[in-house]
Design a protein around this ligand. Structure first.
Ligand code: M6R
Length: 614
């Protein structure tokens, strides 16, 4: 979604802001803009499309001021045109905004009556005029923003500057993320730490309803309802700028696919005691009593994180003997689910900022539920609203298509299920130890899967043959059904080929009608308890002339004779680890198809990395 970078310092800020925006490109956007104070005059530049269009303009007429703000916009209200790009201005005031102002229609009418003229179709422009109106009434910039906030309904992160109060950036948030970066003689506001990591790793994550007054020599924090002064609580972020770079890979997605052995090792690190056959999770404040008296457990997430939840359900049932509801956050929040004070909700989110997931956990909390989370981004909103968070430690995930975030979520859920099983006394010591030993091998299994001889060849052959396919099916059974869903999501996200994931046993109840010689079916059929049943589904596809792409164990002697293409995974993978390992061919298949087609792999059209609108 939209990105924000604000800077107050001693150096000319144009390049610093553009560099920050560049690091936010992965979030998805369709126009960009910048406003810089040039000795008491505000200069702005905006462009439709990619950041490079803005950079071309700035090369012709560079800005030299030392404080300013930039923005990448993902259109919600109004088309992605230059006029609708941020910053929006009202005289000397400029505003950038992420989120949605729900009462913009009435505010617009009110401001028009006062004589303000609107230049854009956006909801954001009301903020600029509202702040200007409070400035005209004699308030300084911070108070003007403070008063404006009391009139805004919706979700927002904003940064406001005013050329008549040079050197001050005012930032505020309600439901959309915003962080303050604390540097040496320079300070920042940004919607995402990765924008400013190259300049500082000391970060204050703005809380809901906090307002920050940022100058080059200091930052003040205020309560946005009372204007009382609040203490800054900076944390030192351990992610390095290099972690957010491509490191020689063609795309971030490919780099992140190959990082999975390391990422999964980081999820496991320090959390397994083989001696006691236990999972060490001090960050999860649940007692045996809490679990034994819980009426129900919900796993709540969106997109790929929801698929992780679907795999998690198998772990919780098998290892802890507990039933869990796996819910799409965007649906749960609108249902009257019987959540109560004996309900445990576990939110799963890479970004920790997904608006639907956040809204669903807030609903659940209102009903008394205990909310835990599994998250990748430290200090993000969902962890802050949870009683405990199991961080996945995948490192920054830049590619819009989630890869290492997903597999680390699978491992986190696996750990949690073993933990619950031990707490509840349903998993004996010997079984738990065997399970944990197998899980500790996950990084080397992933490494082996990524380095099988001739590994890339079948993917390239499939991409060459099928990149023009209009539709593909993905079939999986048992704990590989969610991986079929995930494979289909990955493919459609980045290659724009329509794809459907199905439970293999459901194929005959409808989807089989789609099969013909132009619709390839990807079948997840490694050696597991369902091997023969799924192989029968494969035969049904072939009997209808459907091309088959088979994910098979490397020691399956018949694989090649049953399929048009075989994607091998190492032999002998324990069944519970198959979702993890078979995720790799799903990711690589989508990647190679998209790369062959030449789509924008890391920033696919219409998508955003962190979906902060509902
Ligand atoms: O940050 P989150 O895990 O909460 O994001 C949820 C979805 O938006 C996300 O998984 C999305 O489906 C990915 N683009 C999938 O690759």
């Amino acid at each position: 979604m939209c990105g924000i970078v604000g800077f107050a310092g001693h150096e000319p800020c144009m390049d610093i802001i553009v560099d920050g925006l560049r690091r936010l490109e992965y979030r998805g956007y369709d126009s960009a803009g910048i406003a810089v104070d040039e000795g008491g005059t505000l200069r702005t530049a905006r462009s439709e499309g990619k950041l490079d269009n803005l950079v071309k303009k700035l090369r012709l007429e560079p800005f030299y001021g030392t404080f300013g703000v930039g923005h990448t916009r993902w259109a919600t209200h109004g088309r992605p045109t230059e006029d609708n790009a941020h910053p929006h201005r009202s005289g000397s005031v400029a505003v950038v905004h992420n989120g949605i102002i729900e009462n913009h229609v009435e505010l617009k009418a009110e401001l028009r009556q006062k004589g303000y003229v609107f230049q854009s179709e956006t909801d954001t422009e009301v903020i600029a005029h509202l702040v200007a109106d409070f400035r005209a009434a004699g308030h300084d910039l911070a108070h003007a923003v403070f008063h404006a906030m009391s009139r805004l309904h919706g979700a927002y992160a904003i940064v406001v500057i005013d050329a008549t109060e040079p050197g001050t950036l005012v930032g505020a948030r309600l439901a959309s993320p915003l962080v303050v970066g604390l540097g040496q003689g320079e300070n920042f506001l940004a919607s995402d730490v990765s924008a400013i990591l190259a300049r500082t790793r000391d970060i204050h994550f703005l809380e809901e309803g906090q307002l920050a007054i940022v100058k080059r020599d200091g930052v003040e924090l205020r309560d946005a309802t009372t204007f009382e002064s609040l203490p800054l609580r900076p944390v030192h972020v351990t992610w390095t700028p290099a972690m957010a770079e491509k490191g020689g890979y063609k795309h971030f997605m490919l780099k992140e696919i190959h990082e999975q052995p390391r990422a999964v090792a980081d999820t496991l690190r320090g959390r397994v005691s083989l001696e006691r056959a236990e999972v060490v999770l001090p960050e999860v404040p649940l007692t045996r009593e809490d679990l034994a008296t819980a009426s129900q457990i919900y796993l709540v997430a969106c997109g790929t994180s929801w698929h992780a939840g679907l795999v998690g359900r198998y772990h919780f049932e098998d290892l802890a003997g507990v039933a869990v509801h796996v819910e799409l956050a965007s649906e749960l929040r609108y249902r009257n689910a019987p959540i109560d004070d004996r309900t445990i909700v576990i939110a799963i989110s890479q970004s920790g900022e997904t608006a639907d997931t956040l809204a669903a956990i807030r609903e659940a909390k209102k009903k008394g539920a205990k909310v835990l989370s599994i998250c990748n981004v430290i200090g993000s909103s969902i962890p802050r609203e949870s009683v405990g968070t199991l961080y996945t430690h995948a490192g920054p995930e830049i590619g819009v298509a989630s890869t290492k975030a997903f597999t680390t979520q699978l491992v986190a859920l696996h750990l949690l299920a073993i933990h619950f099983g031990r707490l509840l006394g349903r998993l004996d010591e010997a079984t738990a130890r065997t399970e944990l030993e197998a899980l500790l091998h996950a990084p080397s299994l992933l490494e082996a899967a990524l380095t099988l001889p001739g590994h890339d060849e079948p993917y390239i052959a499939i991409a060459r043959r099928w990149h023009e396919a209009h539709s593909m099916l993905f079939l999986g059974r048992g704990n590989l059904y969610p991986i079929a869903l995930e494979g289909a999501l990955k493919l459609k996200e980045i290659s724009y080929i329509h794809a459907e994931g199905q439970a293999a046993g459901e194929m005959k109840h409808g989807p089989i009608a789609l099969i013909d010689e132009r619709v390839p079916t990807v079948i997840l059929n490694p050696r597991d308890a369902h091997f023969l049943k799924t192989r029968s589904n494969l035969a049904e596809v072939r009997a209808r002339s459907g091309p088959v792409i088979l994910v098979a164990s490397a020691d399956d002697p018949d694989a090649a004779s049953h399929a048009d293409h075989v994607l091998p995974i190492p032999a002998g993978i324990p069944s519970r680890l198959l979702p993890l390992v078979t995720s790799l061919p799903m990711q690589l298949l989508a990647y190679h198809m998209a790369d062959f087609k030449g789509t924008d792999v890391d920033q696919p059209r219409n998508l955003a990395k962190s979906v902060t609108v509902e």
